[in-house]
Write a protein that binds this ligand. Structure first.
Ligand code: SF4
Ligand code: SF4
Length: 168
């Protein structure tokens, strides 16, 4: 990411709020009693993994959007280069996102990057889970067992793609 990383803020509940007692009217109690039962849902393995990564981020990185978070980015620009899947691992290619100014490693559309480039992802559990950041990126270099994309000396145009008809 050439300039700043994503800055989504999460809001924690205020202290003591969960202890507050809530008095309900008889009508509210009746509605609750007659409401259809909610079937308990369980998280998938991937969701659990994303939670685990988020916990690691909370404990090991500055809060997203703060100057300390932004300062971690060295501006190497590597995360803005094309990536494709090969089996279960991403390949990092030599061709860059069209919005990257390769001379300066700056994004031309930084403020609206997620609207303009649907493949542009914020730095967060999803991109870490898929191994989309290079291993020397400060956001993940201390993540235990992190495996980043494999560097390949080919551009997106040079990659051989399997025709969709052969995928099924
Ligand atoms: S790979 Fe990491 S350090 Fe390099 S530009 Fe992207 S976020 Fe910044
Ligand atoms: S839009 Fe492209 S150049 Fe800009 S941050 Fe996203 S991947 Fe990088």
């Amino acid at each position: 990411m050439p300039q700043k990383a994503n800055s989504t803020m999460r809001v924690k509940p205020r202290k003591g709020k969960k202890d507050r007692r809530i008095w309900k009217t008889p009508e509210q109690r009746r509605l609750e009693r007659d409401a259809p039962q909610v079937i308990p849902m369980y998280k998938t393995q991937k969701e659990l993994r994303l939670d685990e990564i988020q916990r690691w981020m909370d404990e090991n990185l500055p809060p997203t959007g703060t100057p300390e978070w932004e300062a971690l980015c060295t501006g190497c620009g590597k995360c803005c280069y094309d990536k494709v899947w090969e089996d279960d691992r991403l390949l990092l290619l030599t061709s860059a996102c069209p919005q990257l100014e390769v001379e300066t490693n700056r994004c031309r559309v930084y403020a609206e990057r997620f609207e303009i480039e649907p493949l542009c992802l914020p730095i967060g559990p999803e991109i870490i889970e898929m191994g989309g950041l290079p291993e020397d990126c400060p956001y993940v270099e201390n993540f235990p067992g992190y495996r980043g994309p494999k560097v390949v000396d080919k551009s997106l145009d040079e990659m051989q793609f399997i025709p969709e008809s052969q995928l099924h």
